[in-house]
Design a binder for this molecule. Structure first.
Ligand code: ADP
Ligand code: ZN
Ligand code: ZN
Length: 816
């Protein structure tokens, strides 16, 4: 008898054993997929882990259903990496596999299939079985695996489905995905109806009463006469010294027609084209320092101020690695926010680039997976968010982790709760690849590692082209309130600077940490604020929809007319969010075009890319947004950045709050003045003497680092201590409290004073579940793996306690 151990994509502690026949045993390799029965009715796709003879396990094994691959789709290196992840992040290998593989690789009984929306294959190429499924899907919009079993009247159907997937006939249903779309540039032309001389004359006559519109037309004629090239809408607007509104009116009247031509996203004054730019002297030095650093350190941090041209340095490095034939992984915190960068790299490396992201369609992901696995040239460079580090690299030479300080590199939920930067370092080691971390505001952890000489460090102190870093000014709004120099949430200082920028036709970015209209609605009579019925948090007012919403569970209700508690019609909005600023702006600057960038306005497909495009096309004068603004936007025409209120960042109850505030404020400021004119940043605060704001205002990263590091040392936090957060949730408050106390006590038997809590988080009830956290701190000299073993032991005893069986427990290693 032959057996195989299969890893199933579910939270099982160990691999599950199945029996196979001799032929199968000879054929199978580690990393191939098999479909297997599990429990009474379930089917899973699992990964073959080991194959052996005669060592019968102590339980009755089942036979596998089918072998799904001819060759392994997972490499031994991946398995090693995932084993490390599972042990480091205290989760099962199955959970890692579920996160790692595109869902199309893991067909199972729960999978729902439907006809592909972009079918190209013609049906005559289908086998009989394939055709039967195809036909069934003509009558029924979706099918489960068990339906397919009855249609084909047999058990083994996964392979048939796999083939249909490959042929692009069916698709696996899952959340909507976003597609990368290239940037379009807007052009205008005279509508066809007016091209005849007669009609044109008539038109110009009627427009004599609309001189502004007429002027635009005259400019258009002039521009199209000069060279026969298409007329760029922005250029037209500028040359005719008019506003986007006038242009819009002409289009709406059907006099002008808009059309779009695809263009490369980043334009350079000077020579455009796809040649790699010549590095500046400073960049050249950094480039060679990185290479020197790599001789000693596999991981090196490039600390370069915003707009210092880090990307160009990566590009040179990538170019060198490509020449050796090796693969490159370029990781970014969030793909949706980086369309700019993708097209910039595509300009240089063209079709050598593949983009990989969990929001891309299943088919695209499978395609990239296969291309990486077989070392295809078109996947030699992979750009991706954190999930890209699961790809089957065979020959990885370089990993770039851009914006390495970004918290979104850490996955919160579901398990594996991994940090992509840290996991990338391990991946790099397994491949003997080099790793470059880049940031204008490195995380304390990474910077600390350079101090310890674990990582190399290379610094770019100046912006490219010696553009000055923006001038950052703190505005004391306590003082401004006292002197009655505030209009709504705007100080006279900010208003003045904005008016000037608009006058100069420059764009403005306003940063407000909160979305929505106003975080809290409060009754001025009784002081009570409406709360979410499911969560321990106040509802947020969204003016646009006239709703009160919970940002934790999505609960919403119509805005109240009167206070629920006392009935008075005295509900007042306190605090403020992006939506309220947008509203205030409309009355402060009625002629400016205002847009908002936050989770609510970027939800839809491509919504983010469209906003960027409008900004780039200068259709937006003022952009109000949340921290989304901080991420790598590169626009030429933004000279003023306003921070509405720095205090709510600083007061966030988290040990990283100060570091995060520094990073966010520096990154947001970095959006200002990327051209020759020095940018201006105004930060409104009640507390202008706060050390972090002082450090932000003079770009003092080192000062911030020293001080924060000192505090982390004193209070025993990373980078000096490691942390593991254990979270307990239950609908029953008492049970949750008992369970978390029991656990904390059990832990402190051995870990003593390094166990903190249980402590409820700031929002201590979400979706009707009460929450509490226990934090374990691990000093440097204490063994991490022994500590984890101990936590696991306690966890096992905990699982044995019946009365706690409903309590949900999650473990987050290196929590953020
Ligand atoms: P960072 O990533 O450090 O914020 P970028 O790489 O985005 O900086 O560079 C900032 C701007 O300067 C970009 O518009 C980029 O095109 C330009 N730039 C940087 N290096 C060069 C170079 N060597 N030659 C021409 N332009 C450059
Ligand atoms: Zn009231
Ligand atoms: Zn809620």
């Amino acid at each position: 008898m032959y057996y195989i151990d299969v890893i199933l994509p579910i939270p099982l502690k160990q691999a599950f054993t199945y029996n196979v026949n001799k032929d199968q045993a000879v054929f199978l390799r580690q990393g191939m997929r098999v479909s297997v029965p599990f429990g009474k009715t379930k089917i899973y796709t699992g990964i073959v882990y080991a194959i052996y003879n005669n060592k019968k396990p102590a339980y009755e094994t089942k036979a596998i259903d089918q072998i799904l691959d001819e060759t392994p789709i997972i490499t031994p290196t991946q398995i090693k990496h995932w084993e490390w992840m599972s042990s480091y992040y205290m989760c099962t290998l199955g959970e890692v596999i579920r996160a790692a593989l595109p869902s199309a690789f893991l067909l199972e009984s729960e999978t729902i299939i439907s006809l592909s929306s972009e079918r190209t294959e013609d049906e005559s190429n289908l086998s009989d079985d394939e055709f039967l499924v195809f036909e069934a899907l003509q009558h029924q919009s979706s099918l489960h695996i068990n339906d397919v079993r009855s249609i084909l009247d047999r058990k083994n159907v996964v392979k048939v489905l796999q083939q249909l997937l490959q042929k692009g006939i069916i698709e696996v249903q899952e959340e909507v995905y976003e597609q990368y779309t290239p940037k379009l540039k807007r052009y205008v032309k005279l509508a066809a109806a007016y091209t005849s001389e007669e009609n044109l004359k008539e038109l110009l006559d009627t427009l004599s009463r609309a001189p502004k519109q007429r002027a635009v037309l005259m400019t258009l004629f002039m521009m199209s006469a000069a060279d026969k090239k298409p007329v760029d809408a922005i250029q037209l607007q500028k040359k005719s010294e008019t506003t986007s509104t006038v242009l819009k009116t002409l289009v709406e009247k059907g006099i002008l027609e808009e059309y779009y031509i695809q263009k490369d996203r980043i334009e350079f004054t000077g020579d455009a084209g796809s040649d790699i730019k010549k590095l500046s002297d400073a960049q050249e030095v950094a480039f060679s320092e990185i290479k020197t650093a790599f001789k000693k350190h596999d991981t090196t941090l490039l600390h370069g101020v915003t707009s210092s041209g880090k990307t160009e340095v990566y590009v040179r490095l990538i170019e060198e690695v490509l020449e050796t034939g090796k693969q490159v992984l370029y990781m970014l915190p969030e793909i949706a926010l980086t369309t700019q960068l993708i097209s910039r790299l595509q300009l240089y490396f063209g079709d050598k680039i593949s983009v990989y992201h969990s929001k891309y369609s299943v088919n695209e992901r499978v395609e990239v997976w296969n291309n990486v696995l077989s070392g295809k040239p078109k996947a030699q460079i992979v750009i991706g968010a954190r999930s890209s580090l699961f790809l089957p690299f065979t020959n990885l030479g370089l990993i770039v982790v851009d914006e390495e300080h970004e918290p979104s590199f850490k996955q919160y939920n579901p398990s594996p709760r991994y940090h992509a930067r840290d996991s990338a370092i391990v991946l790099g080691n397994l491949h003997k690849a080099k790793l470059l971390l880049g940031s204008a505001t490195p995380s304390l952890e990474s910077y600390h590692n350079t101090e310890l000489d674990k990582y190399g460090l290379v610094v770019l102190k100046n912006r490219f082209g010696n553009v000055l870093l923006p001038d950052i000014e703190l505005v004391d709004i306590k003082e401004k309130h006292r002197k009655k120099q505030m209009k709504g949430h705007f100080s006279d200082r900010l208003l003045e600077a904005m008016a000037e920028a608009l006058e100069n036709e420059e764009q403005i970015i306003l940063f407000q940490n909160r979305r929505g209209f106003s975080p809290v609605v409060e009754c001025t009579t009784c002081g009570i604020a409406p709360q979410c019925p499911n969560c321990d948090v106040s509802l947020t007012y969204h003016q646009y929809k006239g709703e009160l919403r919970c940002h934790y569970c999505g609960y919403h209700m119509a805005m109240l007319k009167a206070c629920m508690a006392c009935g008075s019609e005295t509900l007042d909005t306190k605090g403020f969010g992006t939506e309220q600023i947008e509203t205030e702006l409309k009355s402060l600057f009625p002629n400016a075009s205002v847009a908002r960038m936050d989770q609510d306005t970027t939800r839809g497909k491509n919504a983010y890319a469209k906003l960027i495009e409008r900004l780039d096309n200068q259709e937006i004068d003022i952009l109000v947004g949340t921290q989304m603004l901080a991420k790598g936007l590169d626009f030429r025409n933004i000279n003023l950045v306003g921070v509405m209120n720095a205090d709510n960042l600083l007061n966030f109850p988290d040990f990283r709050a100060h570091e995060r505030s520094f990073q966010l404020l520096q990154q947001v400021s970095g959006r200002a003045g990327r051209t020759q004119k020095r940018g201006k940043v105004l930060i409104q605060t009640f507390n202008p003497y706060h050390q972090i704001l002082q450090q932000v205002s003079v770009n003092d990263y080192e000062g911030m680092y020293k001080q924060q590091n000192e505090e982390r040392y004193q209070y025993k936090y990373p980078p000096f201590y490691r942390t593991i957060k254990i979270t307990f949730k239950d609908r029953n408050l008492q049970k949750m409290q008992q369970a978390s106390s029991w656990f904390a006590q059990a832990l402190s038997q051995q870990l003593k004073e390094n166990v903190l809590g249980p402590e409820p988080p700031p929002v201590s009830r979400v979706r009707n579940q009460y929450i509490s956290n226990v934090l374990v701190k691990i000093p440097k000299q204490q063994s991490i793996s022994k500590t984890k073993d101990y936590i696991n032991t306690v966890h096992r005893s905990f699982n044995g306690i019946k009365e706690f069986s409903s309590v949900r427990l999650t473990i987050d290693v290196d929590n953020y």
